[in-house]
Design a protein around this ligand. Structure first.
Ligand SMILES: C[S@@+](CC[C@H](N)C(=O)[O-])C[C@H]1O[C@@H](n2cnc3c(N)ncnc32)[C@H](O)[C@@H]1O
Length: 213
Protein backbone atom coordinates (compact mmCIF):
# COMPACT_ATOMS: atom_id res chain seq x y z
CA UNK A 1 0.00 0.00 0.00
CA UNK A 2 2.77 2.46 0.89
CA UNK A 3 2.58 5.79 2.64
CA UNK A 4 0.96 8.89 1.09
CA UNK A 5 3.20 11.07 -1.11
CA UNK A 6 4.59 14.32 0.26
CA UNK A 7 2.11 16.24 -1.92
CA UNK A 8 -0.83 14.27 -0.53
CA UNK A 9 0.37 14.70 3.05
CA UNK A 10 0.79 18.45 2.56
CA UNK A 11 -2.81 18.72 1.34
CA UNK A 12 -4.06 16.51 4.17
CA UNK A 13 -2.45 18.65 6.87
CA UNK A 14 -3.66 21.86 5.22
CA UNK A 15 -7.22 20.53 4.85
CA UNK A 16 -7.34 19.98 8.62
CA UNK A 17 -6.50 23.65 9.28
CA UNK A 18 -7.90 25.78 6.43
CA UNK A 19 -11.56 26.32 7.23
CA UNK A 20 -14.23 27.20 4.66
CA UNK A 21 -14.37 30.97 4.20
CA UNK A 22 -10.73 31.54 5.19
CA UNK A 23 -7.75 32.91 3.24
CA UNK A 24 -4.91 30.77 1.89
CA UNK A 25 -1.78 31.21 -0.21
CA UNK A 26 -0.13 29.04 -2.85
CA UNK A 27 3.44 30.38 -2.84
CA UNK A 28 4.46 28.41 -5.96
CA UNK A 29 1.46 28.11 -8.28
CA UNK A 30 3.21 26.07 -11.01
CA UNK A 31 0.58 23.92 -12.73
CA UNK A 32 -2.06 24.99 -10.22
CA UNK A 33 -2.68 21.69 -8.45
CA UNK A 34 -2.34 23.18 -4.97
CA UNK A 35 -4.09 26.42 -6.01
CA UNK A 36 -7.15 24.42 -7.05
CA UNK A 37 -6.96 22.29 -3.92
CA UNK A 38 -6.88 25.45 -1.75
CA UNK A 39 -9.72 27.06 -3.75
CA UNK A 40 -11.88 23.98 -3.10
CA UNK A 41 -10.86 23.73 0.54
CA UNK A 42 -11.66 27.31 1.56
CA UNK A 43 -14.66 27.33 -0.83
CA UNK A 44 -16.73 30.13 -2.39
CA UNK A 45 -16.62 32.38 0.69
CA UNK A 46 -12.84 32.09 0.93
CA UNK A 47 -9.94 33.67 -0.92
CA UNK A 48 -6.74 32.25 -2.39
CA UNK A 49 -3.64 34.15 -3.51
CA UNK A 50 -1.27 32.27 -5.84
CA UNK A 51 2.24 33.45 -6.69
CA UNK A 52 4.56 32.49 -9.52
CA UNK A 53 7.28 34.25 -11.49
CA UNK A 54 6.52 32.37 -14.74
CA UNK A 55 3.60 33.64 -16.83
CA UNK A 56 3.21 30.14 -18.33
CA UNK A 57 2.72 28.69 -14.85
CA UNK A 58 0.00 31.23 -14.06
CA UNK A 59 -1.67 30.50 -17.41
CA UNK A 60 -1.69 26.78 -16.60
CA UNK A 61 -3.14 27.53 -13.17
CA UNK A 62 -5.87 29.73 -14.69
CA UNK A 63 -6.74 26.96 -17.16
CA UNK A 64 -7.01 24.41 -14.35
CA UNK A 65 -9.25 26.69 -12.29
CA UNK A 66 -11.48 27.54 -15.28
CA UNK A 67 -11.88 23.86 -16.15
CA UNK A 68 -12.83 23.04 -12.54
CA UNK A 69 -15.34 25.94 -12.42
CA UNK A 70 -16.88 24.80 -15.72
CA UNK A 71 -17.16 21.20 -14.50
CA UNK A 72 -18.75 22.44 -11.27
CA UNK A 73 -21.29 24.55 -13.20
CA UNK A 74 -22.18 21.60 -15.40
CA UNK A 75 -22.68 19.33 -12.40
CA UNK A 76 -24.95 21.96 -10.79
CA UNK A 77 -26.87 22.83 -13.99
CA UNK A 78 -30.02 21.16 -12.68
CA UNK A 79 -30.10 23.61 -9.76
CA UNK A 80 -32.07 26.83 -10.27
CA UNK A 81 -29.20 29.02 -9.08
CA UNK A 82 -25.87 27.40 -10.07
CA UNK A 83 -23.51 27.16 -7.14
CA UNK A 84 -19.94 28.45 -7.11
CA UNK A 85 -17.66 25.84 -5.63
CA UNK A 86 -14.30 27.61 -5.68
CA UNK A 87 -12.84 30.49 -3.72
CA UNK A 88 -12.02 33.84 -5.29
CA UNK A 89 -8.50 33.27 -6.62
CA UNK A 90 -6.02 36.09 -7.24
CA UNK A 91 -3.09 35.05 -9.45
CA UNK A 92 -0.01 37.18 -8.89
CA UNK A 93 2.92 37.30 -11.25
CA UNK A 94 5.35 38.10 -8.46
CA UNK A 95 8.01 36.38 -6.41
CA UNK A 96 6.71 34.83 -3.19
CA UNK A 97 9.25 36.94 -1.31
CA UNK A 98 6.83 39.83 -2.00
CA UNK A 99 3.97 37.99 -0.33
CA UNK A 100 3.57 40.33 2.63
CA UNK A 101 3.50 43.43 0.41
CA UNK A 102 1.04 41.90 -2.09
CA UNK A 103 -1.54 40.64 0.39
CA UNK A 104 -4.39 42.92 1.54
CA UNK A 105 -3.51 44.53 4.87
CA UNK A 106 -6.59 43.10 6.61
CA UNK A 107 -5.43 39.50 6.01
CA UNK A 108 -2.20 39.86 7.98
CA UNK A 109 -2.20 37.33 10.78
CA UNK A 110 -5.42 35.77 9.46
CA UNK A 111 -4.22 33.43 6.71
CA UNK A 112 -5.01 29.77 7.51
CA UNK A 113 -2.58 28.05 5.13
CA UNK A 114 0.45 28.73 2.97
CA UNK A 115 1.80 26.02 0.64
CA UNK A 116 5.27 25.97 -0.92
CA UNK A 117 6.24 23.37 -3.51
CA UNK A 118 9.88 24.23 -4.22
CA UNK A 119 12.08 23.22 -7.13
CA UNK A 120 10.95 23.72 -10.72
CA UNK A 121 7.91 23.16 -12.86
CA UNK A 122 8.45 20.24 -15.25
CA UNK A 123 7.78 21.59 -18.74
CA UNK A 124 7.84 25.21 -17.53
CA UNK A 125 8.97 28.01 -19.86
CA UNK A 126 12.71 27.65 -19.35
CA UNK A 127 12.53 23.96 -18.54
CA UNK A 128 11.72 22.99 -22.10
CA UNK A 129 14.53 20.54 -22.98
CA UNK A 130 14.57 21.79 -26.58
CA UNK A 131 15.72 25.34 -25.74
CA UNK A 132 18.73 24.27 -23.64
CA UNK A 133 17.99 26.90 -20.97
CA UNK A 134 17.95 25.86 -17.31
CA UNK A 135 14.56 25.67 -15.61
CA UNK A 136 13.32 28.46 -13.33
CA UNK A 137 14.06 27.05 -9.89
CA UNK A 138 13.24 28.40 -6.45
CA UNK A 139 16.32 29.77 -4.66
CA UNK A 140 17.27 30.14 -1.01
CA UNK A 141 17.83 33.92 -1.24
CA UNK A 142 14.14 34.38 -2.07
CA UNK A 143 12.73 31.23 -0.45
CA UNK A 144 13.90 32.10 3.08
CA UNK A 145 12.44 35.66 3.11
CA UNK A 146 9.23 34.18 1.68
CA UNK A 147 9.06 31.59 4.48
CA UNK A 148 9.49 34.36 7.08
CA UNK A 149 6.75 36.37 5.38
CA UNK A 150 4.46 33.33 5.26
CA UNK A 151 4.85 32.72 8.97
CA UNK A 152 4.11 36.37 9.74
CA UNK A 153 0.89 36.25 7.68
CA UNK A 154 -0.47 33.04 9.25
CA UNK A 155 -3.13 33.00 11.94
CA UNK A 156 -2.34 31.07 15.13
CA UNK A 157 -3.22 27.44 14.35
CA UNK A 158 -2.61 28.01 10.63
CA UNK A 159 -0.34 25.74 8.60
CA UNK A 160 2.69 26.29 6.41
CA UNK A 161 3.77 23.36 4.22
CA UNK A 162 7.04 23.17 2.31
CA UNK A 163 7.83 20.41 -0.18
CA UNK A 164 11.61 20.37 -0.59
CA UNK A 165 13.49 18.80 -3.54
CA UNK A 166 17.15 18.08 -2.74
CA UNK A 167 17.75 16.11 -5.97
CA UNK A 168 18.20 18.71 -8.76
CA UNK A 169 21.13 21.07 -9.37
CA UNK A 170 20.90 23.77 -6.70
CA UNK A 171 18.31 21.74 -4.80
CA UNK A 172 20.56 20.49 -2.01
CA UNK A 173 21.73 24.05 -1.14
CA UNK A 174 18.14 25.18 -0.92
CA UNK A 175 17.19 22.07 1.07
CA UNK A 176 20.00 22.74 3.61
CA UNK A 177 18.89 26.36 3.95
CA UNK A 178 15.28 25.30 4.58
CA UNK A 179 16.44 22.63 7.08
CA UNK A 180 18.35 25.27 9.06
CA UNK A 181 15.42 27.70 8.87
CA UNK A 182 12.95 25.10 10.18
CA UNK A 183 15.28 23.84 12.92
CA UNK A 184 15.84 27.42 14.11
CA UNK A 185 12.16 28.30 14.57
CA UNK A 186 11.46 29.18 18.21
CA UNK A 187 9.37 26.34 19.66
CA UNK A 188 6.94 28.74 21.34
CA UNK A 189 6.23 30.44 17.97
CA UNK A 190 5.76 27.40 15.74
CA UNK A 191 5.84 23.62 15.77
CA UNK A 192 7.61 21.95 12.83
CA UNK A 193 7.35 18.32 11.70
CA UNK A 194 9.29 16.55 8.97
CA UNK A 195 7.90 13.81 6.67
CA UNK A 196 10.78 12.09 4.92
CA UNK A 197 12.03 8.73 3.58
CA UNK A 198 15.41 8.18 5.30
CA UNK A 199 16.37 5.41 2.84
CA UNK A 200 16.06 7.84 -0.10
CA UNK A 201 18.06 10.96 0.71
CA UNK A 202 17.49 12.54 -2.74
CA UNK A 203 13.70 12.10 -2.64
CA UNK A 204 11.44 15.10 -1.96
CA UNK A 205 10.41 15.66 1.64
CA UNK A 206 7.88 17.75 3.48
CA UNK A 207 7.93 20.20 6.36
CA UNK A 208 4.65 21.12 7.98
CA UNK A 209 4.68 24.01 10.40
CA UNK A 210 1.86 25.07 12.66
CA UNK A 211 1.95 28.63 13.90
CA UNK A 212 1.44 28.92 17.64
CA UNK A 213 1.16 32.61 18.39
C1 LIG B 1 7.52 22.66 -8.25
S1 LIG B 1 6.83 24.03 -9.10
C2 LIG B 1 5.27 24.19 -8.28
C3 LIG B 1 4.27 23.12 -8.65
C4 LIG B 1 2.85 23.49 -8.28
N1 LIG B 1 2.63 23.58 -6.85
C5 LIG B 1 1.82 22.58 -8.90
O1 LIG B 1 0.90 22.15 -8.23
O2 LIG B 1 1.92 22.31 -10.10
C6 LIG B 1 7.73 25.43 -8.49
C7 LIG B 1 7.24 26.75 -9.06
O3 LIG B 1 7.89 27.80 -8.34
C8 LIG B 1 8.00 28.91 -9.20
N2 LIG B 1 8.96 29.88 -8.65
C9 LIG B 1 10.30 29.95 -8.76
N3 LIG B 1 10.78 31.02 -8.08
C10 LIG B 1 9.69 31.63 -7.52
C11 LIG B 1 9.51 32.80 -6.70
N4 LIG B 1 10.55 33.53 -6.28
N5 LIG B 1 8.26 33.13 -6.35
C12 LIG B 1 7.19 32.39 -6.74
N6 LIG B 1 7.29 31.28 -7.52
C13 LIG B 1 8.53 30.91 -7.89
C14 LIG B 1 8.43 28.28 -10.52
O4 LIG B 1 8.16 29.15 -11.60
C15 LIG B 1 7.57 26.99 -10.53
O5 LIG B 1 6.41 27.18 -11.27
Amino acid sequence: MGFPSVLTMAQRWVAERAEPGSAAIDATAGGGVDTLFLARTVGPRGSVFAFDVQPAALARTRERLDAAEAAGREAASSERVPRRTLATVTLLRAGHERMAAELPEELRGRVRAVMFNLGYLPGGEEADDSNGRPPVITRPDTTLPALDAALSLLAPGGALTIVVYPGHAGGSDEASAVDRWAAGLPADAAQAVLYRMPQKPAAPYLYAIEKKR
